[in-house]
Design a protein around this ligand. Sequence first.
Ligand code: C6P
Length: 406
Amino acid sequence: MNPTELDHLRTDFPILSSQVYGKPLIYLDNAATTQKPRSVVEAISTSYLTTNANVHRGVHHLSQAATELHEKARVDVARFIGAANEREIVFTRGTTESINLIASAYGEVFLKAGDEVVVSEMEHHSNIVPWQLLQQKKGIELKVIPVTDDGRLDLEAYKNLLSERTRVVSVAYMSNVLGTINPVRDMAAAAHDCGAVFVVDAAQSVPHLPTDVEALGCDFLAFSAHKMYGPTGVGVLYGREALLDQMPPYQGGGEMISHVSFAGTTFDRLPYKFEAGTPNFIGSVGLSAAIDYMERIGMDQIASHEARLTRYALERLGAIEGLTVYGRAPERGAVVSFNVGQIHHLDIGTLLDRLGIAVRTGHHCAEPLMRRFGVEGMVRASFGLYNTTSEIDALAEGIERVRRMF
Ligand code: C6P
């Protein structure tokens, strides 16, 4: 993307030209949630204004129009991530719900006391706590892949953790703290060799890298629309059809049944078996518009723009006296986490905010990883397709200003 293209693209996001405390907004909290382009907001408002009706239920025109849009979104998602068909795409509230669904429904049928689930030390709490809940319910064991000093997964340790007791391996494709891109394809192959299924938490990778579930060889993959320029409240669970078929429903209610009687209930076909209640059919349309937006720019183009930004940020921030960057993996995405000397991360975030710069501070929902690096929290700058190198210059200058205040 050249500067003119980037300037033009930024006009798709009206919020980026707003001001905070009289300063131009510099939004560097994209790993938490991205801003939305006009086309996504318009798709949502057009749905509400022209095709709003509950899906899968009505014979009337509006209901059918809404159903068509909702199901088209499923087809778009399937194509976007290379799924074999749309029966493998379950709409959820987001990554968190997708992983809870796997732990609960897959765990219900396929896991028993003594079976092992492998996660890593760099996981978001969403990929730890659902497995701990299963541990309490079923007596499974949780094994943890350690993280090296430079922020990679220790792959030797991973191989040693795998055994015939391993039933599930669940790891992030890209760390929300270190930016590390994990070699999930090779890790999936190793998990399969010992008969385990492989789950990918793709919350941070889907917005930044092309995704192909077949090439990755994963069995499940989870992500959220709001981190990829889409709306909040909708996300995706991809699952291999053969596995989803054998799993029991996650929740009961309308939409997910075939027939209900007090003698017994039968469940609907895939993917509806996992979608109890009125789905977020406006959200799915927003997600479809977000995919369309990203595809029009091109995932390769997004990835290379963000790689350039990340390299530049590492160079600029790395030159600041007393600044420690966490994570130095060669394969990494658009996230840079750091601390500056003894200055509290919250103070840095608060003072940067006064300069109009939005970053995230704290444990980033990854407390075990904070413990691994011996800190309570970090400051995190995370980039999206609309960020610029001059915003990174402003961040670096802002950090220098903060540093001089202490
Ligand atoms: N990370 C961040 O600022 P939800 O909340 O369900 O959309 O996504 C959860 C989640 C799962 N896995 C990873 C790797 C994530 O980064 C996130 C969300 C945000 O880092 C909010 S804590």
